[in-house]
Design a protein around this ligand. Structure first.
Ligand SMILES: Nc1nc2c(ncn2[C@@H]2O[C@H](COP(=O)(O)OP(=O)(O)OP(=O)(O)O)[C@@H](O)[C@H]2O)c(=O)[nH]1
Length: 625
């Protein structure tokens, strides 16, 4: 806020300085202009009087008017808008330096100018130009021939479409030529800088498509348009060719200049993104200048120029406030705009004071504004470059940061993948170990099951087998015999049963010992097994020294032969144990028949047992049936 106060203070200081200088100049004027050999340049303003809002068109009519209708002006007279204006200057000529003088009109916006030089002594016109012909290279200067001595009244008629201010001067041709060279040089420099900046930023816009460059180019074009319309250069090049445009040049160029400036500032300072008053103020400024521009064809020139002056004045202050506020809020772009705009705002402010008759107007105020424009265009161009460069750096930093985070993300992802791979590897290894353990345990289980099966088989065999003789035991025989019996019933086979008992076995035990008796049991059991078919015959230890042989599907003769063969083999068998050798005999009971029914099973055994008993009773060592 301090900065805003200092800027406003500076503006007021300059304005007051110019006003003071203007008023102080006005207080020392003489009633007429005295032209002598001492000076080459005379300002006519202090001696001018004018007819305001007159409709007089002819010199003859004006010449008839009394002195009282002529109004004295302390400054360059502001003669209103779109009217024929008359100004007169009393001149006392006393041997001037030369008779080659130029009447310079320091205001570009008029349609044409006439001048008349009247001899006050005779009342006759001694010279006049209708319309006045300007010099070749300066449309604002008109040759005028001054007599060598005498009192004269110079009448000037100006016809314009717009506001007319008439800062008049008389200059010798030499002075004018010197000034025109300097002015041409400065003008060339001014437009050269503007055009250079325009094409430079246009090329940047073409390459980067950065909209700030585009908006800035429009602004520079509007400045060129405005300065052309407010200077003699426009008149030099275009005046008279476009009548309609001649009338509206100033009224169009000023709104366009402020409008494009408002658009550029709003864009460059990103005001549309701000949540403060600058956003709305800039929008209102754009709206107002758009409306002023659009109203040009329909609004009376007097009103529009008055409105333009008011809002131009306001816009200068508001523009500086906005850029200063943005600067104060920390945006460096606000600083550059403030620095660039301050000289222009001051120059425009001063110009507006001249145009509104607060201070004395002269074309130098426009030249001051042109200088400020040049400084501003250069500074803003630099600010634009700085801004774009800063944004590029911010983008690069953001990109670098983005790449950094992306790399971090990739690394994190890589670590995640590695961890996942490690987890998969661990899982795979665990699975393999588990499978291996399961396989090993399965193998062990299979082995255990096989061993168990083996043990069960062995146990079953043991449970079915007589441990001494290795023949099937009585319990297993009962089951197997039942099966064989049923099979014989179904097949209608002959079923033979042999009941075998060792004769006088008690004696064997008694004589040779129980161990020898056991050996005897083993030997004759081996004979039974060797002489029967182990696939279909049953051979069992039926009791202590009693055995049973079942012979399925045998005739009685076949069974008998087997029984007799067994008996003989036993009898011939030499039983050796403990260095002793002895023989035993056996008695065999044979029963055979075709079984018809299950109930006959025990009967078959009983009959065989009875036959055995018979063999025992008949003397033993025989087969009975
Ligand atoms: N060594 C031995 N002797 C047994 C076994 N089982 C039974 N004995 C004996 O066999 C004998 C059977 O005798 P007995 O029933 O009197 O019959 P025997 O002496 O053979 O006379 P007969 O049958 O009438 O010819 C008994 O002395 C039993 O002790 C055995 O497993 N081993």
């Amino acid at each position: 806020m301090q900065m805003i106060a200092s800027v406003l203070g500076l503006i007021l200081f300059m304005a007051s300085s110019l006003m003071l200088s203007s008023f102080s100049g006005a207080t020392s004027k003489a009633p007429y202009l005295e032209i002598s050999a001492s000076q080459s340049h005379y300002v006519l303003t202090p001696y001018q009087s004018f007819l305001q809002n007159t409709d007089q068109a002819h010199y003859e009519d004006v010449n008839e008017l009394s002195n009282s209708v002529w109004q004295q002006s302390t400054n360059a007279p502001h003669l209103g808008v779109n009217l024929t204006q008359w100004v007169r200057i009393p001149i006392q000529i006393n041997a001037p330096k030369t008779d080659k003088w130029l009447l310079e009109v320091g205001w570009p916006n008029f349609s044409y100018i006439d001048w008349y030089l009247k001899d006050q002594a005779t009342g006759k016109l001694i010279d006049h130009q209708v319309p006045a012909q300007s010099t070749q290279n300066d449309q604002l200067s008109f040759p005028i021939s001054l007599p060598s001595t005498g009192s004269y009244m110079l009448y000037i008629k100006v016809v314009g479409h717009e506001k007319i201010i008439l800062p008049l001067a008389l200059k010798t041709l030499d002075i004018h030529d010197q000034e025109i060279h300097i002015r041409s040089l400065l003008t060339g420099l001014f437009y050269g800088v503007l055009c250079a900046m325009l094409f430079y930023n246009l090329s940047l816009y073409a390459f980067t498509h950065e909209s700030n460059y585009g908006a800035y180019c429009l602004y520079v074009i509007s400045i060129i348009f405005y300065t052309l319309s407010t200077s003699s250069h426009y008149i030099s090049f275009l005046h008279g060719h476009f009548d309609w445009f001649d009338q509206y040049a100033y009224r169009i160029s000023v709104p366009i200049a402020f409008l494009s400036a408002a658009i550029f500032i709003r864009k460059f300072l990103l005001l549309s993104e701000r949540n403060d008053a600058t956003q709305y103020v800039s929008k209102v400024a754009i709206l107002i200048w758009t409306m002023i521009f659009l109203m040009t064809p329909i609004m009376p020139a007097t009103w529009q120029i008055w409105i333009i002056d008011i809002f131009a004045f306001t816009s200068c202050v508001v523009g500086l406030w906005i850029s200063s506020f943005v600067w104060y809020k920390g945006d460096p772009s606000g600083k550059y705009i403030t620095i660039a705009w301050t000289p222009l705002m001051i120059a425009t402010f001063v110009l507006m004071m001249g145009l509104t008759n607060i201070i004395s107007f002269s074309m130098n105020l426009y030249y001051l504004q042109n200088i400020a424009f040049t400084v501003e265009v250069l500074l803003i161009s630099t600010a634009l470059a700085e801004r774009i460069n800063r944004e590029r750096q911010e983008r690069e930093e953001a990109q670098a940061q983005s790449i950094y985070y992306e790399q971090r993300s990739v690394e994190a992802r890589q670590r995640e993948i590695t961890a996942q791979q490690h987890a998969i590897e661990v899982e795979r290894t665990a699975k393999e170990n588990l499978e291996q353990q399961v396989a090993e345990q399965t193998s062990e289980l299979k082995l255990a099951m096989y061993s168990l099966t083996q043990a069960n088989t062995e146990l079953e065999i043991m449970s079915q087998t007589d441990g001494l003789t290795n023949l099937i035991n009585r319990r297993h025989f009962d089951r197997k015999f039942t099966e064989a019996f049923d099979r014989a019933i179904d097949a209608k086979w002959m079923m033979a049963i042999l009941m075998l008992d060792i004769d006088f076995f008690k004696k064997v035990n008694d004589q040779h010992g129980h161990q020898a008796g056991d050996q005897c049991l083993r030997d004759i059991s081996a004979i039974f097994q060797g002489m029967t078919d182990d696939k279909c015959d049953l051979c069992a230890r039926y009791g202590g020294e009693e055995f049973c042989i079942v012979l399925p599907n045998r005739t009685k003769e076949q069974a008998y032969d087997i029984a007799e063969s067994i008996r003989q083999a036993v009898a011939e068998k030499e039983i050796r144990y403990g260095g002793e050798m002895f023989h035993v005999t056996i008695s065999i009971g044979l029963y055979n028949a075709v079984p018809k029914h299950h109930s006959q099973r025990d009967k078959f055994l009983k009959h065989a047992d009875e036959a055995l008993y018979m063999a025992k009773r008949n003397g033993r060592n025989q087969v009975a049936s």
